[in-house]
Design a protein around this ligand. Structure first.
Ligand SMILES: C[S@@+](CC[C@H](N)C(=O)[O-])C[C@H]1O[C@@H](n2cnc3c(N)ncnc32)[C@H](O)[C@@H]1O
Length: 405
C-alpha cells in the first residue's frame, strides 16, 4: 500500500513537472523566449531556481512523503526525545520550526511546554494540514502556522530554539540546511539552541553485493549470474540511494565531516575532505566496488536533557534515507595489513598485477570527496571522488569520478 502511494505520488510529481515544462515552453513561445523577455544568464538562472523550488515545494504537498517521514521511527522518535526529553530547554520558550510539514515537531515542542511555536512551511497545502493538526490537538493558542518560504517570513520576536528536520539524502541533498542557517542568523537569540545541533558524514567501502547481486545467482533454481555481471559493470561510475547490509561493508568507516549547526556557515556546506579506509579482512582479499555515505545528526547534551543521536548508518535501524552509494570505475581488491601480498586466493581469475588488482590486493583505499551544490539544480549535489588503493608507501592507479547525486 505504502509503495503504491509512493508510486502514485512519484507519477503525480512527474506529471506536475511535465505540466510545468509545457507551461514554460508555451510561455517562451508566446513572448519569444528568455532573450526577448530581457533575461540574461543571471535572469535565466534565477528563473531556473524558481522553477526547481516550485516543484520542490510541490513535492511536499502530497501526503505519502509525510507519512513516510512520520513512520520512520528512528527519525521521529529522535526528534520527540530531543524535544520532549528537554523540558528545561523548552518550558516557556519561543520556538521556530523551519519547514513544519504536518506540524509534528511544533506539536512536540508545544507538548514540551513551549510558550509560542512559529511553524513555517513553504508548501501551501501542507501548511493548511499543519493548521488543522494544531487545532485538533488543542495547541492553537501556542502554535502559529505561517505559510511561506522561510527566507521571506518575518516574526514578531527572536526565538530561544530552532528545530528543523532539513536532512536530505547524503545529508545535504535538497539544500534545505541553507534555509535553516538563514533563519538562525535572523531569528535565533544569542546562545539559543538549534535542534539537532551537530551533523556528521561518514564513508566506508562496500562490496559489489551491495547492489543486491546475489538475487541473480539463484532465480527459482536457475543461474542468472550473467545479469549480475552486467549489472555490476553498468553500475561503475554511477551513484544511487539504497540500503546497504552491514555484511556488505568491507572497510573501516570514517567520519569525514562535522558541522556544528550553531556556528557553521553556508560556505561550510561546500567542502573537500580526505578519507583513508583500511580493510579488516586479513585472511582473504575482498572486493570493494564503491563507497557508502551516510550521516548522523545529534541532539547533544549541550542543549538536550536526553541526548540522542539520529544515525543513518548501515549498522543501525534502517531509516528512509538509507545510504548513498558511489560506485568506483572498477572493483578494487583489498586485504588487511599483516597478510602477505598475493597470498590470498584470487576472488576472480585473471587480472593485471597492479596494486588493488585481484592478485595484488591493497591494504586500503585513500582519496578525497569534494561535495558542492549542483550547478544546474541547486537542490542537488555534485560529488567528485578521487581514490587510489595503497599498501604502505606504494600507491595503485588513481581513479576520479564525478557524480550528480
Ligand atoms: C523534510 S520535511 C519535514 C517536515 C516536518 N518538519 C517533519 O519533521 O515531519 C521538510 C519541510 O520543510 C519545508 N521547507 C523546506 N524548505 C523550506 C523553506 N525554505 N521555507 C519553508 N518551508 C520549507 C518543506 O515544504 C517540507 O514540508
Amino acid at each position: 500500500m505504502g509503495a503504491r502511494v509512493s508510486q502514485l505520488e512519484a507519477e503525480n510529481a512527474a506529471l506536475m513537472q511535465q505540466l510545468e515544462a509545457a507551461r514554460e515552453t508555451l510561455g517562451a513561445l508566446v513572448v519569444g523566449g528568455d532573450e526577448q523577455e530581457g533575461g540574461g544568464e543571471g535572469e535565466r538562472r534565477r528563473r531556473r531556481r524558481e522553477k526547481i523550488d516550485r516543484s520542490y515545494f510541490q513535492s511536499y504537498s502530497g501526503f505519502g512523503i509525510h507519512r513516510e517521514m512520520l513512520a520512520d521511527n528512528a527519525r521521529t522518535c529522535s526528534y520527540r526525545t530531543g524535544l520532549e526529553g528537554s523540558p528545561a530547554l523548552l518550558r516557556g520558550s519561543a520556538v521556530l520550526d523551519v519547514g513544519c510539514g504536518t506540524g509534528v515537531l511544533s506539536l512536540f515542542a508545544a507538548r514540551a511546554g513551549a510558550r509560542k511555536v512559529y511553524a513555517v512551511d513553504g508548501s501551501a497545502e501542507i501548511a493548511e494540514v499543519a493548521r488543522d493538526n494544531v487545532e485538533r490537538n488543542g495547541f492553537a493558542g501556542a502554535v502559529e502556522v505561517i505559510q511561506g518560504r522561510m527566507e521571506g517570513v518575518s516574526l514578531p520576536e527572536k526565538v530561544d530554539v530552532i528545530v528543523s528536520e532539513w536532512m536530505g539524502y547524503c545529508l545535504l541533498y535538497e539544500s534545505m540546511l541553507q534555509s535553516v542557517l538563514h533563519a538562525r542568523d535572523r531569528f535565533l537569540k544569542p546562545g539559543g539552541a538549534v535542534l539537532p545541533d551537530i551533523a556528521t558524514m561518514w564513508v566506508a567501502g562496500i562490496a559489489p553485493e551491495a547492489l543486491g547481486l546475489n538475487f541473480w545467482r539463484d532465480v527459482h533454481g536457475l543461474d542468472m549470474s550473467a545479469v549480475a555481471e552486467r549489472e555490476e559493470r553498468r553500475s561503475r561510475g554511477t551513484s544511487r540511494v539504497a540500503s546497504v547490509k552491514p555484511g556488505d561493508v568491507v572497510t573501516t568507516s570514517q567520519r569525514f565531516l562535522r558541522l556544528d549547526l550553531c556556528t557553521c556557515t553556508e560556505a561550510d556546506l561546500s567542502f573537500t575532505a580526505d578519507f583513508d579506509l583500511t580493510c579488516p579482512s586479513r585472511h582473504r582479499p575482498v572486493a570493494c566496488s564503491g563507497l557508502a555515505l551516510w550521516f548522523d545528526t545529534e541532539f547533544s547534551a549541550r542543549f538536550c536533557g536526553q541526548p540522542v543521536n539520529l544515525t543513518t548508518s548501515p549498522f543501525a535501524q534502517e531509516t528512509h534515507w538509507v545510504q548513498t552509494l558511489l560506485f568506483l570505475n572498477e572493483t578494487v581488491f583489498l586485504q588487511g595489513e599483516g597478510a602477505k601480498a598475493g597470498t590470498g586466493k584470487p576472488a576472480v581469475s585473471g587480472g593485471a598485477g597492479f596494486l588493488g588488482s585481484t592478485h595484488r590486493p591493497a591494504q586500503g583505499l585513500r582519496g578525497s570527496l569534494q561535495v558542492t551544490q549542483g550547478k544546474q539544480d541547486h537542490r542537488a549535489l555534485e560529488v567528485i571522488l578521487q581514490y587510489a588503493p595503497y599498501s604502505g608507501e606504494e600507491r595503485g592507479p588513481t581513479g576520479v569520478v564525478r557524480y550528480e547525486v
